[in-house]
Ligand binder design. Structure first.
Ligand code: ZN
Length: 328
């Protein structure tokens, strides 16, 4: 192995880091906590200290081909600039420049959901599709779109933010400042919020008893209760999956993908969720759109982001070579 690639996925709670060989295989991976003190001012230093330690521990003083970094929020991938990452506290952070203070190797920054889409498409369930939509249902709803073989970025890096497509115009307030985004329905907290509404409206229901006994409720509880035929939980899941299906049908009508991948913690529900999403998707999309589009669960779990980051480096390095511009 002559060169290594470093993939980094910065999340609100942990930062995942991986060393990869030139084939994109993980050589070593680990994670560190995200230090959100001082609006995340220590994060790049923390990452670099950890990477340096591991490099010497593994005696990997070999050439680093590049560093790919994923971050949540609105990212200008051409400049490696983060406009805003609410979970971390970042506003107007020149991330590529901060890394450049530690190393001279190329650094590329991309939105974390876009990197997860690239990772899943390269080594996971995407199977190298030319046109693909990947959504992550976790603490929020993330989205990444690959169109004609490339990540769709848009004019300022906001393309594919399917979590902020409107699912219910009369719904819950979203942390983006608007109302009814898919994020407020199909994320883990969105499911819990729906359950809390039902509990308050039906204080004698099984669901309310379950909640008062346990003291809280999770998205997983809602799926578990639904599989035991709890009517309220079944309705919550139906509404959630149907709303997701409508959003995916609209997005698929725009880009005509061969695959839609659903990942994140909520996707652990598997077919229980997918069956309703598929029905809704078929109902709300053109036959030509859904007849060649498979909806599947993502495969790479938490590694999707760092694998996508490694892919980004290989892609960008090849691009630079073919353009004869190695300074990019
Ligand atoms: Zn929103």
């Amino acid at each position: 192995m002559d060169q290594i690639i470093i993939g980094i996925d910065i999340g609100g709670t942990t930062i995942k880091i991986g060393f990869f060989n030139e084939d994109g295989d993980i050589v070593h991976k680990w994670q560190i906590p995200t230090n959100k003190e001082a609006q995340g001012a220590h994060i790049v230093n923390d990452i670099w200290n950890s990477v340096s330690t591991k490099l010497s521990e593994f005696q990997m003083d070999k050439k680093i081909m590049g560093i790919g970094v994923g971050a949540p929020g609105f990212v200008d991938n051409k400049r490696g600039f983060i406009y805003e990452a609410v979970n971390i506290g970042w506003v107007d952070i020149d991330l590529a420049k901060q890394f450049a203070m530690h190393t001279k190797v190329p650094v590329f920054v991309e939105n974390d959901a876009n990197l997860a889409a690239l990772g899943e498409n390269w080594k996971g369930a995407g199977n190298k599709a030319e046109n693909l939509i990947a959504v992550t249902l976790g603490t929020g709803v993330g989205g990444g779109i690959i169109a004609n073989g490339s990540i769709l970025s848009g004019v300022n890096g906001t393309a594919g933010e399917i979590g902020h497509a409107v699912g219910d115009p009369n719904g819950y307030p979203c942390n983006c400042g608007r109302v009814g985004c898919l994020d407020t329905i199909a994320s883990g907290p969105g499911l819990v919020q729906q359950a809390m509404d039902k509990i308050n409206a039906n204080p004698t229901s099984n669901l309310a008893t379950f909640h008062s006994t346990k003291g809280y409720i999770t998205a997983k509880d809602i799926f578990d209760l639904a599989s035991k035929d709890d009517e309220i939980c079944k309705r919550i899941i139906e509404r959630t999956a149907e709303t997701l299906g409508v959003a995916l049908a609209n997005a698929a009508t725009v880009i005509n993908p061969s695959k839609i991948l659903i990942g994140g913690g909520v996707s652990n529900a598997g077919e229980q969720l997918l069956n309703i999403v598929r029905n809704s998707f078929e109902k709300y999309s053109l036959t030509r759109v859904h007849q060649e589009c498979e909806i599947q669960i993502a495969q790479l779990g938490n590694d999707a982001g760092i694998i996508g980051a490694a892919y980004l480096i290989l892609q960008e390095t090849n691009k630079s070579m073919t353009e004869g511009d190695v300074t990019k």
